[in-house]
Design a binder for this molecule. Structure first.
Ligand code: PXP
Length: 252
């Protein structure tokens, strides 16, 4: 299989979290988005949560109006968010599970149990010309369910893999990477476009970036965290370099 260019989507939610800590307008997530694009981001991701704890409606509108790269609108599958997405027309909508009490998106969507709830919302987004992606656990059966729902894209949840990497648990790491590899191969084989993300760092991104079926990674926390020390453009260049090294190595 030829190895195509791996896209980097930069998630800017944490910039909005810092802004909201003081209630003003600084730092501006839209400015961060433009800086990220200048540093090599192929797209920008922003999650408008039901409780608006970080990104706000006005951020989404400003991003949509000013970005020249694709905007990936992360959202819960609710009527309110579907309406907002259809009004905004981002390039893509990534449907995620959302619980008020969670700190971040903790698991993939239950697309088997949630089929009746998800199907009409996926259809409405697709009819508006928005590319729908489902944030899911990396399992072949889930790939089948995503395809049955008519979603063209899945984003594989890399959270368990990244936790194993942080714990230094080699057996769990190998197990989680094998799950991602199997799901990516199965999903691509049945025609899905495969993305991945959650928890990735420059230390853990390599083996995932090397999987040829994966076309896009969405990364936020590690980039904004590193930006504190080296600045956002450098953090993005470092991540890009780690991705490209792994990708090029896998093509040899
Ligand atoms: N992809 C999805 C669907 C997410 O919900 C998140 C977290 O907002 C990410 C990717 C990025 O995860 P992280 O911030 O840990 O890099």
């Amino acid at each position: 299989m030829s190895v195509s260019q791996l896209r980097l989507g930069v998630n800017i939610d944490h910039v909005a979290t810092v802004r909201n800590a003081r209630g003003g307008s600084y730092p501006d997530p839209v400015r961060a988005a433009h800086l990220a694009v200048d540093a090599g981001a192929d797209g920008i991701t922003a999650h408008l949560r039901e409780d608006r704890r970080h990104i706000r409606d006005a951020d989404i509108a400003a991003l949509r109006a000013s970005l020249a790269v694709p905007l990936n609108f992360e959202m819960a599958a609710t009527d309110e968010m579907v309406r907002l997405a259809i009004d905004t027309r981002p390039h893509a909508a990534c449907l995620v599970p959302e619980k008020r009490e969670e700190r971040t998106t903790e698991g993939g969507l239950d697309i088997v149990g949630g089929r009746a709830h998800l199907a009409p919302r996926i259809r409405a987004l697709a009819e508006a010309g928005i590319r729908v992606s489902l944030f899911v656990e990396p399992e072949p059966a889930v790939m089948e369910a995503a395809r049955a729902l008519g979603a063209p894209v899945v984003e594989l949840h890399t959270g368990s893999y990244c936790e194993a990497a942080l714990d230094g648990d080699e057996a769990a790491l190998a197990h989680e990477l094998a799950r991602i590899r199997r799901a990516a191969a199965h999903g691509a084989g049945i025609g899905l476009e495969i993305h991945a993300g959650h928890g990735l760092t420059t230390g853990s991104v390599g083996p995932v970036a090397a999987l040829p079926e994966i076309l896009e990674l969405n990364i936020g926390h590690a980039l904004i965290a590193e930006a504190i020390f080296v600045g956002l453009p450098q953090a993005i260049r470092d991540m890009r370099a780690a991705m490209d090294r792994a990708r090029t190595g896998s093509a040899r």
